[in-house]
Design a protein around this ligand. Sequence first.
Ligand code: UGA
Length: 454
Amino acid sequence: MLISVIGAGYVGLVTGACLAHLGNEVRVVDIDRARIERLRGGEVPIHEPGLDELVAAGLANGRLSFHADQSGTYGSQLVIVAVGTLDRAGEWYGELVERAVRGLAEDSRAPRHLVVRSTLMPGTAVRLEALAQAIDPDVRLCFNPEFTREAVAVRDFLEPDRVVVGAGRDAQALVQELHELYAPMGRTILDTDLTSAETIKLASNVFLATKISFANELARLCAATGADVHAVVDGMGLDLRIGRSFLSPGPGFGGSCFPSQVRALPELARSFGIEAPIIAAVDQSNLGQADWLIDGLERARGASLAGSRVALLGLTFKANTDDLRESPALRLAERLVARGARVVAYDPKATEAGVVQLAAGGVTVDAAPSAAEAVIDADAVVVGTEWAEFGALDWAALAPRMRGRIIADARRIIDRDAALAAGLTVVAMGVTHTPDGGGAAARIAVPVTAAAAV
Ligand code: UGA
């Protein structure tokens, strides 16, 4: 099928390159000429495992091409709109999608079959459809959400758990085309209406974010009762109704999707006069995780971090990406600085030697060129992102270079036995592990009222 994609950003590039890989002819259009030129030369502007290879293959076999204006869509059977939906503050806004849909509707040579893939607030697609059909009644519109995670987006696209197609008015022919497009994946395709499809996307993300926050709150409780939170989430996850994924406690969730969407959904509910207290609490719970982790570090250290030097390992919001947006590791940095610590950070993708200016709060931290250099003279080490290389750090060699003897591992990635053997204390999810074998130092007595009730 000959298709086009508007937007050479994260979603558009993955969509375009994967659909070309599946045998379609795909034209990716973006108004950013410099970006298009780079892509024509095979230079992919985002870090996403597997994407460079797909783009190179698509360019080589001629099935993938890049265009700097809308004429690139002419002759395509359908056009997928995959433009950005976040403003500078990281909150959802639909202006670019609306502009793209309007521009296509007004251009009679552009395809009349429009598929929106950018994330939309429920109710937006119906408005976009009305807007487009007021310009040209022949336009048909579907909403086809993406469920791809950064760092594994290519795999998620090619092997999705499901494909969701929200159909607009009289859009049966377009729905049929989408079924053909996705048929090679052999996955379940759920057909529904526009607003339900938008809600599936948003609710899926917010539910996963809620699951993570639930696990984070459990970690706080387990640290107090002496339970092992990882055993607890493993045990819960074996229940097929619950499932283990997205139950790993950590420094809180980040990225361009979960944080903005856990804020947007309760706001949407409020706009209808509906309270959504569970969803509304998720953001606060998530933001509180960094302070809880640092409280645990200070408790285990037996001293405040004021005036100390802290090595922060990892800055990106998760491993295998260069994305710093709403990163929980950055929140850790901000909280550390707020408590008077000097932070020296290392991240395999996000730091270059020199000073890193952190986005939120305008906090600055020093950047080290390697983990080994970040820990020199550190009073404490904090692990903020689960990069595989942190699991291979040689603590026997690193410990003598540190001034302090403590590591807070918010991602459960470091080799704890090796760190303990090197004489270091490891604080993991509120539990302090000491070289002399202490593993539940944070346990507190059962409150009297609870004990009496047993
Ligand atoms: C998320 C969704 O998972 C995708 O399905 C969706 O398509 C995408 O948003 C989007 O709307 O575009 P992404 O933001 O790339 O994908 O990242 P995730 O892998 O979902 O991780 C989000 C955050 O949760 C990360 O900070 C991660 O470290 C954290 N996390 C994840 C946990 O703390 N614990 C877990 O068990 C899982």
